[in-house]
Ligand binder design. Structure first.
Ligand code: ADP
Length: 584
């Protein structure tokens, strides 16, 4: 317990030790094993960061609250404990809200702690400094939002936020602490007595035995079963149990992008290279920590077999039946469900027909050969495939490295080319397909693990949070940012038939992003061929320090909206999309 002397004076020998809201917040976080706070300081939380640092909590200061929030969310995903983001009042709080909403959408546990202005002035709209009813603003975007109105409730507020963020379906929690509460002084013993440590913040949730048997029956009767592993399965840290179930049953599996590496991508049961066929043909599908949302075409034909029966393993009962009838609901935490499945499925009860394995195997081999042709071609200017093959091969030498990935084409291509061998080593745009998460995720991965991080970024995506290069350099983090630079949103060859301004999708051609990191003392590289990229990435990873590789890609490479062209509405009177400039 930290103490302060009586405000406005020095402590006398018999003065009662005092504490205040700042210290109590930090003490409550420490008591609950928080080791890192990601944030941006300012009124009224600057001293909170100072007190946290003095207490041994690591404070990572960002340039924008959204990035700090994304870092906290990624920390939550990687550690299964809530990441903490610290923001200032009104505008800073609102900047952080995107990340809080995104964390909730991704089911990542985090707590955004924000200072706020004087309650009584805010509530009467008298026009306070940075006046905003933050609690009301946060509610629609968070799993839950709480406010601490009295210093003696700080311990309760922190405990409640932590419990809510990680228990059940994880998500983002907002904790509002007005400036007056942070500055409130209380005697140290009373303050200490008001704090508590959350016991078992994410209790196991066991599935009912009959639900487990029902799922086993369905799988046993299947002709073409399939397991889909989602980021919930990666988050659950039940790696061994998931693997044991998949391997003892022989089920073919498809990893969603952030579940890549839960079982290695070169696992013989992976059906990733035959994804479309697997979805179209599977007759019993077991979803493990994966929602049947847009990323899985809502389980609908023609992408899916119209007669497919679904088993869904999820901690959130209301998720079930959200898109398709769930024939076998398995509600519980993934570790407990997998354990029960292994225990209750008699050896040999679930068999995978040789014909189905062969069908998937043949399609996988066919698609892998097509992919190898793309990867082996070495055209100039460099294409996405050439660059990604170089990155993939260097990463094979660095199995501990984390991969962060965002962009449109940069995401779609990289997801397929860069294989993962370790669980929870890939962080990407996630459920919203959002841009601007990359630097926050990369910083969190480096801070939480100490291992190298390679952030594979589209040039447009990088623009959202590029100033965090300064943060990466300031903390000397082992982050290498690779920008797949084709000079545009989607692609860089658009001409504007409508006006003299650059087209909506055009970014600065020939931009040297490598010079940005040099401004902060990091190492910049410029690569125009896969060979140069290989050399640069190898050297950057060996150095262990911050680096950025500007990787020049053909501006005509990539398609508008990447793989999501179908989501662009086509207006009858809308102008034609940017006309690609003729290649000289
Ligand atoms: P993906 O995008 O990889 O398909 P989603 O984010 O759609 O994955 O799905 C993750 C699911 O995992 C969510 O429905 C969430 O409720 C669930 N989930 C998260 N943690 C656990 C857990 N420990 N046990 C069971 N389900 C979980």
């Amino acid at each position: 317990m930290a103490t302060v002397s009586a405000p406005g004076g020095t402590a006398t020998a018999d003065a009662q030790p005092l504490t205040d809201g700042f210290h109590l917040v930090v003490d409550a976080l420490k008591l609950n094993d928080v080791q890192v706070i990601y944030g941006v300081v300012g009124i009224p939380v600057t001293d909170l960061a100072r007190v946290a640092q003095a207490s041994g909590i690591r404070y990572i200061g960002f340039r924008h609250e959204s990035d700090a929030g994304h870092a906290a969310a990624a920390a939550g995903f990687l550690t299964k404990r809530p990441g903490i983001a610290l923001t200032v009042s009104a505008p800073g709080f609102l900047n952080g809200l995107v990340a809080l909403a995104d964390a909730t959408t991704n089911c990542f546990p985090m707590v955004q702690i924000s200072g706020s202005s004087e309650r009584h002035i805010v509530d009467l709209k008298q026009g306070d400094y940075e006046e905003l009813d933050q609690l009301a603003a946060a509610k629609p975007f968070a799993k839950a939002a709480y406010r601490v109105d009295r210093v003696e409730d700080i311990g309760r507020g922190v405990a409640r936020a932590i419990r809510t963020a990680v228990s059940g379906r994880p998500g983002g929690v907002y904790l509002d602490i007005p400036a007056a509460v942070l500055g409130e002084v209380v005697d140290a013993a009373t303050g200490a007595a008001s704090l508590w440590r959350v016991v078992d913040p994410a209790p196991r949730q066991l599935p009912a035995p009959e639900a487990v048997d029902q799922a086993i029956e369905l799988l046993a009767a299947a002709e073409r079963p399939l397991a889909v592993l989602g980021k919930g399965a990666a988050y659950a840290r039940a790696d061994q149990r998931v693997r044991e179930f998949i391997e003892t049953t022989g089920l073919p599996f498809l990893p969603m992008s952030m579940a890549k590496g839960l079982l290695p991508d070169d696992h013989p049961q992976s059906a990733a290279a035959a994804r479309s066929l697997a979805l179209r043909r599977a007759d019993v599908v077991m979803l493990v920590g994966a929602r049947l949302n847009w990323l899985l075409a809502h389980g609908e034909p023609p992408h899916w077999n119209p007669d497919a029966k679904f088993i869904q393993v999820d901690i959130e009962p209301t998720e079930l039946d959200s898109n398709q009838p769930i024939a076998a609901p398995l509600v519980g935490d993934i570790g407990s469900v997998m354990e029960a499945l292994v225990e209750r499925a008699k050896p040999g009860r679930i068999q995978v027909a040789a014909g189905w394995r062969q069908e998937l195997g043949e399609r996988s081999a066919h698609n892998a050969a097509k992919m190898a042709d793309h990867l082996d071609a070495d055209p100039h200017p460099m294409q996405f495939y050439g660059a990604l093959r170089a990155i993939r091969d260097v990463l094979h030498e660095h199995p501990r490295a984390y991969v962060v990935n965002e962009g449109a084409n940069a995401l779609d291509f990289a997801r397929n080319v860069i294989d993962m061998q370790q669980p929870r080593h890939r962080l990407d745009s996630g459920t919203w397909g959002v841009m601007g998460v990359g630097m926050g995720y990369a910083i969190a991965a480096a801070v939480e693990s100490g291992d190298p991080v390679v952030a594979v970024e589209g040039d447009s995506a990088f623009g959202f949070d590029g100033m965090e290069l300064e943060t990466i350099c300031r903390y000397q983090l082992p982050v290498v940012v690779v920008i797949l630079n084709n000079g545009g949103v989607y692609r860089g060859d658009g001409t504007n038939a409508a006006s003299a301004d650059p087209s909506p999708t055009t970014l600065m051609p020939h931009a040297h992003h490598d010079r940005l990191i040099e401004a902060f003392g990091g190492k910049g590289y410029h690569a125009t061929t896969p060979a140069e990229l290989t050399t640069a990435l190898t050297e950057a990873l060996a150095s262990g320090g911050p680096a950025l590789i500007d990787c020049v890609i053909d501006p005509t490479a990539g398609t508008e909206s990447g793989h999501l062209t179908n989501l662009n509405p086509q207006g009858v009177t809308a102008p034609a999309p940017d006309t690609p400039a003729k290649k000289k």
